[in-house]
Design a protein around this ligand. Structure first.
Ligand code: SF4
Length: 390
């Protein structure tokens, strides 16, 4: 069944506004839809088994009510929002849900889902080590192997080397196209606004990989050829932090006379900077997800197992990819954003700000409760920050 008559950016906007529309169609056609939370479940295995991966987000416009029955209010509001939507039946199109131990709260949602939400017959939790040295990669490979065996039951088929190779190549193609999309924001002014970019990224997480790839090809061509471009602004910013799947923050920043030209968030670049490497086996997946994805939930030392530690070297090994993005995208300032109660990102902020200070890059830290209404007080702070940079 064809998805819609829209193409390119307008199709991305349509999917952003109604994320489950396409996967509901696919499910009616007999496909099984597997929701996954966070970046760590290997989507290549889901794709390779003929299932459709669908990234689960919360909803910043929906007040959290039902989740209060099963969860304390003093935990990550993003996770609470997901649980809330699940309890309200908003994920009734999912045949399974896969999560990963990003943090204790992120892992806990899979257990709560299993207990409290009856619509998803299949649930799986991957344990993810918090360090990236070789024994940790081997352990994570074992976790991926358990996940593979479990999800083969849902798919009703076995994973073969050929199927996994093909899926890795398709997802790598998507990573390459996303990097090309981000390149369109290197010129000044950028060819693509940050809100448009986010709509594309959210759309990709809602589609089978092959449909996402053809959407990206259309968009790259459309943006390269279009005559009307975003207007020039005073400042070029990088946004860092955990999940942000709503254009509200980007609209707010643009209205303060700044472009967000690049990001380091888990809806943006994090899953797309690096490819899965040949020979496309489970070890390569473990290496990619644990080592290549740079998220504060995985701790990195410059010298693994070294007891006498060099602070500056450690900082550089953790954050030098951000330095590279700052140079490559001509960034003047950094907005560090995080959701309330996210220790994983919160503990990273002092070190990252120190590192940015040593680079001479001004930064601001803002915390929100993953709701649209929490954007209003942030507006004044962002405007003042842009003013100082301008
Ligand atoms: S946003 Fe932070 S607290 Fe919430 S699931 Fe992600 S890492 Fe954990």
């Amino acid at each position: 069944m064809a998805i819609a008559t829209n193409k390119g950016l307008s199709l991305a906007r349509e999917i952003y506004a109604d994320r489950s529309k396409r996967v509901r169609e696919l499910r009616r056609d007999g496909k099984k839809i597997v929701g996954y939370i966070c970046l760590y479940p290997p989507v290549e295995i889901i794709t390779a088994l003929g299932l459709v991966p669908f990234r689960i987000f919360g909803d910043m416009s929906e007040p959290i009510t039902a989740a209060d029955r099963v969860s304390t209010t003093m935990v990550c509001p993003f996770v609470r929002s997901i649980l809330d939507l699940g309890l309200k039946g908003k994920f009734d199109f999912l045949d399974g849900v896969v999560g990963a131990h990003t943090c204790d709260i992120g892992a806990g949602i899979i257990l709560q889902w299993r207990d409290a939400i009856k619509d998803a017959p299949f649930t799986h939790l991957l344990d993810v080590p918090h360090t990236d040295h070789a024994p940790a990669v081997d352990y994570f490979e074992g976790q991926i192997n358990s996940f593979k065996r479990h999800i083969e039951e849902l798919a009703g088929e076995k994973l073969t080397d050929d199927k996994l190779k093909k899926a890795c190549e398709m997802h790598n193609e998507q990573r390459k196209l996303v990097r090309q999309l981000y390149d369109l924001r290197k010129p000044d002014p950028p060819l693509l606004s940050s809100a448009e970019n986010l709509e594309v990224m959210v759309a990709l997480s809602s589609l089978p990989v092959e449909e996402g790839n053809s959407l990206l090809e259309d968009i790259i061509q459309e943006v390269t050829e279009r005559k009307v471009k975003p207007s020039p602004k005073k400042v070029r910013l990088l946004v860092w932090g955990p999940v942000f799947d709503n254009t509200a923050l980007y609209d707010l920043i643009e209205s303060a006379d700044a472009h967000v030209v690049v990001d380091d968030t888990c809806v943006g670049t994090r899953a797309f900077w690096a490819d899965v490497k040949p020979p496309y086996n489970l070890h390569a997946l473990a290496q990619h997800y644990l080592v290549d994805i740079k998220c504060p939930r995985t701790y990195r030392q410059a010298e693994p197992f070294e007891t006498r530690r060099d602070y500056d070297k450690d900082l550089d090994s953790r954050f030098n990819y951000i330095k590279k993005a700052i140079v490559d995208w001509g960034v003047n300032g950094v907005v560090l954003q995080s959701v309330k109660y996210c220790d994983t990102h919160g503990y990273e902020v002092p070190n990252l700000r120190h590192y940015l200070d040593t680079l001479g890059i001004p930064s601001i830290y803002i915390e929100h409760d993953y709701s649209e209404r929490s954007m209003a007080p942030i507006k004044t702070r962002v405007e003042a920050f842009v003013e100082t940079l301008g």
